[in-house]
Design a protein around this ligand. Structure first.
Ligand SMILES: C[S@@+](CC[C@H](N)C(=O)[O-])C[C@H]1O[C@@H](n2cnc3c(N)ncnc32)[C@H](O)[C@@H]1O
Length: 353
């Protein structure tokens, strides 16, 4: 955004922040009460009365939300009183990425975010207390309320899913043999690997709660015998990564840790592998985005890590990550930027020779 703003514009921008929670919830209400759907149904636009008839809501309630929608540039009203969705309103109504982000903010983050300042001061995810007394969200992930869990997983998967097909081509362009999926979560990447290469063996390393979910998802697949599981808490620096990996894969994993923890994890990866093994890091680096919207979302996501996830991790700048990689004895062999339609960069590493 231009820094050359008039005082009137700047004051307006400041008020958008001051009232942001009101407009956020008005947007959710417009969507979930079916008002956006109702307005989008007719190309000639829709009158207030038609919305009242279709939704059964009060004129008062609908007026409150319509006025908010117009102020937030989701809706427009013409001189005859017909209402239309703007292009912003269209994205709010039907764009999948916007939906995933809205649900994540609403269900996972909103209540806890009020503790952001305390989280910064205390270096702890104070907002996580809304859900339970775990040290990080990862210990509690499998126990979160159903709706919260759904929004968490949809947010996590929405972004990495798009990157996986392109990453498979890159990773399997060389012989893999045994792949370790560190932070393998529900087993999506492990499944994709087994379906892509009929010889590969995959070991998923994760906390027990997630490993159980991965096992349930894989147990009935015909390649189930090619997948093994290794329970590990990598926050405990006495827990070592086993030997034997031809490829170590870490997707949207290192951003779950603070810098000193990443250094400790990378050191343990370094100790576990031989000189020929390859290490891949897949991350949506905030500096390496094609659109301002994606940078905005990633920088915002860092506050989820501060307040809800663990109090000390973030979405990283690619150079921050590369520095940590080099500091632990690796060299970056290749950087595959923004592969496919995704927001991700794939770093390919090996031990410095
Ligand atoms: C954001 S998810 C990424 C999942 C998946 N790799 C992807 O790309 O969608 C992070 C994963 O790291 C795991 N994780 C977080 N903290 C961990 C720890 N201390 N030890 C082992 N795994 C951990 C979580 O359980 C989760 O499965």
């Amino acid at each position: 955004m231009s820094k050359q703003m008039s005082a009137i514009e700047a004051k307006y921008e400041a008020q958008k922040i001051a009232f942001a929670p009101f407009y956020f919830h008005a947007t959710i209400a417009l969507k979930e009460l079916g008002i956006l759907d109702c307005i989008s149904k007719n190309r000639r636009g829709v009158l207030l009365k038609e919305i009242v008839d279709e939704t059964g809501l009060s004129i008062y309630g609908i007026k409150i939300l319509l006025e908010a929608g117009i102020a937030a540039n989701l809706l427009e009203e013409n001189e005859e009183g017909y209402l239309f969705l703007t292009s912003v309103g269209q994205f709010i109504r039907s764009d999948r990425m916007t939906e995933v982000n809205l649900n994540f903010t609403k269900d996972v983050c909103y209540s806890g975010l009020a503790s952001l300042k305390d989280s910064i001061v205390n270096g702890k995810p104070e907002g996580l207390k809304v859900f339970g007394n775990w040290p990080t969200v990862y210990q509690g992930l499998s126990e979160l309320p159903k709706k919260v869990k759904k929004s968490w997983f949809e947010f996590d998967h929405f972004y990495s899913d798009d990157a996986f097909p392109y990453a498979l081509d890159i990773v399997f362009s060389e012989n893999v043999g045994q792949l370790f999926d560190v932070g393998g979560n529900t087993g999506k990447w492990a499944k994709a690997c087994c379906e892509f290469d009929k010889n590969v063996k995959v070991k998923i390393l994760d906390l027990p709660g997630q490993l159980n979910v991965a096992k349930d998802n894989i147990i009935n697949e015909q390649y189930a015998d090619r997948v093994s599981y290794h329970e590990i808490d990598l926050l405990d620096d006495q827990q070592y990564i086993p030997e034997g990996a031809g490829v170590v894969w870490m997707s949207q994993f290192l951003d779950c840790f603070g810098a000193h923890e990443i250094l400790s994890i990378l050191k343990r990866v370094y100790e576990a592998i031989d000189n020929n093994a390859r290490v891949y890091i897949l991350e949506p680096f905030w500096n390496n985005q094609r659109f301002p919207a994606s940078r905005f979302c990633l920088v915002g996501t860092s506050m989820y890590f501060t307040c809800i996830a663990n109090g000390n991790s973030k979405m990283y700048h690619s150079e921050e990550m590369k520095e940590m990689v080099v500091d632990t004895g690796f060299e970056v062999l290749d950087t595959f930027e923004l592969i496919g339609d995704s927001y991700h960069t794939l770093l390919k590493l090996r031990k410095r020779q």
